[in-house]
Design a protein around this ligand. Structure first.
Ligand code: N01
Length: 529
């Protein structure tokens, strides 16, 4: 039985683009199917004001091509969404990727044909494609969550979701705006929207931790130094749990003398960014250490926000690092503006959306436009929108009824020849996504090449190997405080979603080692046929 392509790749974000490039280099044929009109994935959809990456631009970039590294010029410490999208388009042009991409098309179903050992892929444009392998590159945060608040359809003004922002932009000048949510997307967009809007009302269910970005234009001397030593920086980054090259202090916060501790927190704060969580080695392991870091940030809120009642509402109450730490520019300062109101809804959910705004805590709020900064059905949401059917016609949805189970976050028992880039059970969202994506793509491309060399055309995870990996992912997550609180990491933001800590928290170096051992032992844990 003939195949149309060796592989169908779903998604033209950073994962899908590099996957196509690597497969071509190895002589495989592939077709990328992408729902959007262009490349970029996350950076194609998340166009809300203020969107930028919380990993520094020189690190949030591909490393597979030294030429690309040298020729691309990042302009700021943290790149904006438009700049990252320009980079994605540059990569697509430079490596001539578009000729194997089909845009404005959604994969709706993929069924494994056991007789022919291939996948039959269907799209919303009525394509029927036969491919030996299917590789998902759909992103971990790509299925926007619109909460089921009653009356949402009654609102007469425009409603925007940060994860699916209009491409032409939105001008809030002279408008009153309501924002639901205070996660990373909200924390980045609220300061910009507040500058434009006549009045901004922010509805906050959970106060969040945020650290200043101290964003700035990149100094040409610094860029020259980075470019002269890119391989060393990338190598160092791969030895760090998050795949980001920053200094990790392994000392315990509680065991460090108070003055030294305060100095460490303050210097991390002054430097800015996600490295704050690396101030001490036990912030996510020891309640008391976590509280010391949390209290440091709580003090900062009170120092910045002038109205004591608003400041207390903005003080985060849960553990620091439970949710992904946010990185902001002027977030708390925004609440000192006369045109911004914070409504604390932590003790009572929004009652309903109305034609003119919303009703919360017995009070009606009116606004012209509503912004939902309400996040995503993370890690499994996009995957389960496709009707994947493996052996015996069993659906992935059924298989993951009690939460996702994978071998290495890459494959699933009963779904031969299906690979996931940054799937649940891989480090993905707990790391710098770019090096994690490249590691997965290289693993998959090498695997396909090894199969070809062996004259095999089917690879499938073995049940015992998957059980062992799922057990390991669970065991390491139980060591950290992160698994003890509610976040999208455990699916807590989606009503009815099984509570499972989805990403692998053992760190990128441990994960790379696990994958390398599997390859060295001739694809241990996989059955080849
Ligand atoms: O989404 P979130 P996000 N009523 O889930 C609230 C990445 N990211 O889009 O916390 C009222 O964090 C919800 O409240 P609560 C990053 O990994 C990266 O902001 O559930 N409120 C919360 O405040 C991040 O972690 C960058 O109580 C409701 C908010 O909506 C991830 O994307 C930038 C509600 C959702 O916050 C997701 O961030 C942006 C309801 N019914 C995002 N339902 C970078 O810098 C939800 N909420 C790379």
């Amino acid at each position: 039985m003939s195949v149309d392509f060796d592989a169908v790749i779903i998604g033209a974000g950073f994962g899908g683009m590099y996957m196509l490039h690597r497969l071509r280099q190895k002589g495989f044929t592939a077709r990328v199917i992408e729902a959007g009109k262009g490349v970029g994935g996350t950076w194609y959809w998340n166009r809300y004001p203020g969107a930028r990456c919380d990993v520094e631009s020189v690190q949030y970039s591909y490393q597979f091509s030294p030429e690309l590294e040298q020729e691309w010029e990042w302009s700021e410490r943290y790149a904006t969404q438009p700049e990252i999208l320009r980079y994605a388009n540059h990569v697509a042009d430079r490596f001539d990727l578009r000729r194997d991409m089909q845009f404005e098309t959604r994969v709706t179903a993929a069924t494994f044909d056991e007789a022919a050992n291939l996948w039959r892929v269907e799209t919303d444009k009525n394509d029927k494609i036969a491919a030996r392998f299917v590789i998902t590159a759909m992103g971990c945060l790509s299925s926007p969550n619109t909460p089921k608040i009653s009356g949402l359809e009654d609102f007469e003004g425009p409603t925007y979701h940060t994860g699916n922002w209009p491409h032409e932009g939105v001008d809030f000048t002279g408008k009153t705006v309501g924002v639901i949510g205070t996660g990373s997307s909200a924390i980045q967009s609220i300061p910009i929207m507040a500058e434009q809007a006549k009045h901004l009302t922010v509805f906050q269910r959970t106060a969040n931790y945020t650290v200043p970005a101290h964003n700035k234009p990149l100094d040409p001397t610094y860029v020259r130094q980075i470019k002269a030593s890119y391989p060393e920086m990338r190598r160092r980054a791969k030895t760090k749990p998050a795949g980001i090259d920053f200094t990790i202090n392994t000392a315990s916060a509680v065991e460090t003398p108070e003055a030294d501790r305060a100095r460490e927190f303050q210097s991390r704060w002054d430097y800015g960014g996600l490295g704050f969580m690396a101030s001490f080695g036990d912030l996510l392991l020891n309640d008391d250490s976590n509280k010391l870091a949390a209290d440091f940030v709580r003090t900062k809120v009170r120092e910045v926000v002038k109205d004591p009642k608003t400041a207390e509402a903005l003080v985060p109450k849960n553990i620091i690092g439970c949710k992904r730490l946010c990185v902001d520019t002027g977030y708390w300062q925004t609440f000192n503006r006369p045109n911004v109101t914070l409504v604390d809804i932590s003790d009572a959910p929004i009652e309903r959306i109305t034609a003119t705004g919303l009703r919360a805590k017995g009070q009606d709020y009116r606004f012209d436009a509503l912004v939902l900064a309400t996040g995503f059905d993370a890690m499994t949401g996009a995957l389960l929108k496709v009707d994947f059917r493996g052996r015996g016609g069993v659906s992935l949805k059924e298989k993951w009824n009690e939460g996702p189970k994978t071998y290495l976050g890459l494959t699933v028992v009963g779904f031969p020849n299906l690979f996931m880039i940054t799937g649940p059970g891989s480090p993905s969202v707990l790391t710098n996504m770019l090096p994690s994506i490249e590691q997965h793509v290289d693993f998959i491309a090498d695997c396909l090449e090894a199969l070809r060399a062996k004259g095999k055309n089917v690879i499938e995870a073995e049940p015992a190997a998957q059980e062992a990996w799922v057990g390991h992912v669970g065991d390491v997550s139980n060591i950290t405080l992160r698994s003890t609180c509610s976040s999208w990491y455990v699916g807590a933001n989606i009503p009815g979603k099984p509570r499972v800590f989805m990403p692998y928290i053992g760190g990128l170096p441990a994960y790379i080692q696990a994958c390398e051992t599997v390859v060295r032992n001739d694809y241990e844990g996989f059955a080849l046929a």
